[in-house]
Design a protein around this ligand. Sequence first.
Ligand SMILES: [Zn+2]
Length: 576
Amino acid sequence: MDEALRDRVRETAETHALLNAVKHDSDPEVGAILGPLMGENPAFREHGDEVAGVAAPVVAEVAEMDTAERRDRLTELAPDRLAALEADDEGDDHPLPELPNVDDYDTVRMRAAPNPNGPWHLGHVRMPSVIGTYKSRYDGEFVVRFDDTDPETKRPDLDAYDAILEAIDFLGFEPDAVLRASDRLDTYYEHARELIDLGGAYTCSCPAEQFRGLKADAEACPHRDKSPATVHEEFDAMVAGEYDAGEMVLRVKTEIEHKNPALRDFVAFRMIDTPHPREAAAEYRCWPMLDFQSGIDDHLTGVTHIIRGIDLQDSAKRQQFVYDYFDWEYPEVLHWGHVQFDEYDVSVSTSRINELIDEGALTGWDDPRAPTIASLRRRGVRAQAVVDAMVDLGMSTSDVDLAMSSIYTNNRDLVDDDTDRLFLVRDGQRLSVTGDHPVAGTPPVHPDHEERGTREIPVDDAVLLESEDVPADEDRVWLKGFGCLSRDGDSLAWESRDIDVVREEGVPVVHWVSAADTEPVRMRTPEGDVAGLAETTLREYDADDFVQFERVGFARVDEPSETGDGEETVVYYAHS
Ligand SMILES: [Zn+2]
């Protein structure tokens, strides 16, 4: 990194540290500003390893300022950003637009319609987050409907029904109703029969390939003008399971010359040989297509507003034909673009995640490498952090990117104040400690909360430091909560407890553990497992407790070991 770039890093780091400090009214930490710093300054990224080191003293200076000093300095450096921050604080702006025509309905009723072919990945979280937010905004209702009418290609996973309901509960929403489409086949059959009576549907035994050709040429097949009596008879035989897959379908009669071929006489029901995995639905062979089923259900269950992907615009158009036959009003529709997630190597896809679990490449849906709710939950990320990030995406019809760092920033805001600090040393290097040093280090449990006391880390004759924190020979280092030492070969020689060396002379502050007694840790992270040694205070924490390993990151205790038995404590890394 050249000097000019170094200056830019310093200045940008100062601005970010100030923004962070003013926003949260707390001391900034390097870890918390690196994400936005790199995000806004691509030129810094190739020097990723050095940036933290250059930023650290600047951040430390900001930490020393009081609130008024921070505001003054920010006014000099970035007045616009301070103003934007203050405007944000006033908070009345919803990231979600008003729903259309709300006054036309007694109750706003929206639905999430998951296919239970697996537990939820992150992409699924947007719908309940947005619907749940609208529900509270309009005092409306939130319906969960399992669209589980494809026993073959999108085969339901029996455990997924409960897993999805649990995920919705975890996210903090309580559905007003839960429906399973596979319980409602008789309702769909009734509506099919009514549609036949209205002249809106016909049974068709054209081989799929042949019908595709006719459709492409905008030509009707010979079955289109059958008498309703014959159509009823054949549809009854479909319902009775008298055909095999591919032998007979029921089509909705639209316009065979419609300019959009996708809307020409589409299939409403087809035969599926594979039994549904739910016992209650195992006998059915005649299954509705999703567009027919969900169109009927939206009307019958009083859904007022539908949100769907921009790529599914044809669905509404197909369903409109059915609604026209029945003389129903179509609900309001909002379309949105796709969400893409950074950070994960695993694609955000139910089938891909299932494959990787089957192959043993992932340990399960809660593997820290999996882009799933179960995984974030196990890592200790709170639901609110995820929901807020999803809602902040708004309702644009273009594709949007969700930076995982925004979820992590939200979570840090939620947990930081309550979370105790600990030291964890990865890749530890042993250095003996010489001189007339204190018998123990006593770093605070939380730097902003003196009343929560200190931890005690005994220092016998040696400590462990992360190798990159080991100072060069004769250089000094400040062991947090202990004091200043200088490197002397394989030893650190005690100097003093005078903090001015950090403030005035820039001696680096590092975390450390006693070499005599530590707690082995296996930290599971999205990039793989990391081993380390923690201070023994970790033994006081139980499963589900959340801790911050200073300068490493936040983590959730997953499996505490028995006190001091040498077994690893397993923790799941959340974020920096
Ligand atoms: Zn036909």
